[in-house]
Design a protein around this ligand. Structure first.
Ligand code: SF4
Length: 419
């Protein structure tokens, strides 16, 4: 669907116009106190000396975009990483100030910060709120201490619950808790207990992530050498179904494959990705999608700092950042890639792909584009198709990746009007 966000990329500077919904801004913080053995995110431990220079470079990039896009409307901001709460709070305050000056942040903007329990006191939480952060995401992962140790996490369950309570006391009224399931050492009982205790805390939002073995992570090597047992996908599926039932009974809406929220408390920032509408990412490794182009920044924080210390020439911002070497990749968004992305991201949502929005966006009906594949998937009971559109069935959610892949492959064969 179209968000109402319209960006005009002209020969000169890019310009965002008529943007009632606003752009989503992602801010990457590539620092963690320790690197978890399962994590393949672009984040590093032991480079704390780089933090002051990094924050300066980040401010430079934020101001660069604000200026070149004519202070665009921004309706969501997301500090992710990495561990944003590991950075000294003065640094986050300075970045918030830069964002509010460089962009036209809407008064009701959703501003989220990812955090690790134990990184902050109630006083510091109050300072986050004052800086404009109004949604806190806490990486709880589990409320089982043995499991937390086996994940090499720095906190225990008491610290996690304490962090949540402090955030409430400080005034946060929109809190997400991250949990992990499908871990090698995790039992169904541990998962049940973590879920029950988490629901009892009354968060507005829960993200539940199945452990995936990422290539070249220490955990992957441990599993391959037999030191750690391979996670059991059947047990993970059972845990997922159990969560669906517990959270459904507790009043949560399962609005995206890995995400549940109380009504009206979906992550607005992540919805922008899933609805495939424009977003801007700042920091090393951050991805962006502006009309006509997708691009991502180089991954090295050190190189990022070096490259942003000079003066930027005039011109289109994507071309400028590409010319100075800050971008790893820039690719055009063709109608075909837009179709594949819309299918892959939109199918993650419980609402699925809506017929009328699809027609409006691509100029043909869902049935015309994917008729035989939809029929096949419905026959396999992986998809539900009705007059409103298509969406994954309950069983299809467990095999989401396979379904997305089929639609992405089929997208290449679709003849779009004007092709
Ligand atoms: S704290 Fe999060 S981002 Fe940092 S290493 Fe662990 S999983 Fe990765």
């Amino acid at each position: 669907m179209d968000s109402g966000i319209q960006l005009e990329v002209t020969g000169g500077p890019s310009e965002i116009t008529g943007s009632p919904d606003g752009l989503s801004l992602y801010v990457h913080i590539p620092f963690c106190e320790t690197k978890c053995h399962y994590c393949d995110f672009n984040t590093y431990a032991g480079i704390e000396a780089l933090i002051p220079g990094y924050l300066g470079a980040l401010e430079t990039e934020i101001r660069f975009w604000g200026e070149r896009l004519n202070r665009p409307v921004v309706s969501t901001v997301f500090f992710g990483g990495g561990t944003p709460s590991y950075v000294p709070i003065e640094g986050i305050e300075a970045i918030c100030r830069a964002i509010f000056e460089a962009f036209n942040v809407t008064p009701d903007a959703e501003v989220t910060l990812e955090s690790n329990p134990g990184d902050y006191s109630k006083r510091e939480l109050g300072r986050y709120l004052e800086a404009g952060i109004n949604r806190l995401s806490i990486g709880v992962q589990s409320l089982d201490d043995d499991l937390l140790k086996s994940l090499s996490r720095r906190h225990d369950s008491e610290t996690a619950v304490g962090a949540y309570r402090s955030a409430r006391d400080a005034g946060f009224d929109n809190i997400n808790l991250d949990l992990m399931f499908g871990l090698s050492a995790q039992t169904a009982d541990q998962w049940r207990s973590t879920l029950e205790r988490t629901v009892a805390l009354n968060p507005e939002h829960l993200s539940l992530y199945a452990l995936t073995l990422e290539p070249e992570t220490p955990l992957d090597a441990m599993v391959r050498s037999g030191e750690v047992e391979e996670p059991d996908p059947d047990l993970a599926a059972e845990m997922y179904l159990h969560a669906e039932s517990v959270l459904g009974n507790a009043g949560f809406e399962h609005y995206e494959i890995s995400n549940w929220s109380l009504p009206g408390r979906e992550s607005r920032h992540n919805l922008a990705y899933w609805l495939n509408v424009p977003y801007l990412g700042v920091g090393p490794g951050a991805h962006s999608f502006l009309p006509g182009r997708r691009f991502s920044a180089l991954r090295s924080p050190r190189r990022y700092v070096d490259l942003l210390s000079g003066t930027m020439p005039d011109g289109d911002p994507v071309d400028v950042l590409s010319a100075v070497g800050l971008l790893d990749s820039v690719e055009p968004v063709t109608p075909e890639t837009k179709l594949a992305d819309t299918m892959m991201m939109g199918m993650r949502l419980a609402r699925g792909i809506r017929s009328d929005e699809f027609q409006q966006r691509f100029g043909l009906g869902l049935g015309e584009a994917f008729g035989s594949l939809i029929e096949e998937m419905v026959g396999l009971e992986l998809l539900v198709s009705d007059k409103d559109g298509i969406r994954l069935s309950d069983g299809g959610r467990l095999l989401g990746n396979e379904v997305f892949e089929r639609f992405v492959t089929a997208s290449a064969e679709v003849e779009l009007p004007g092709d």
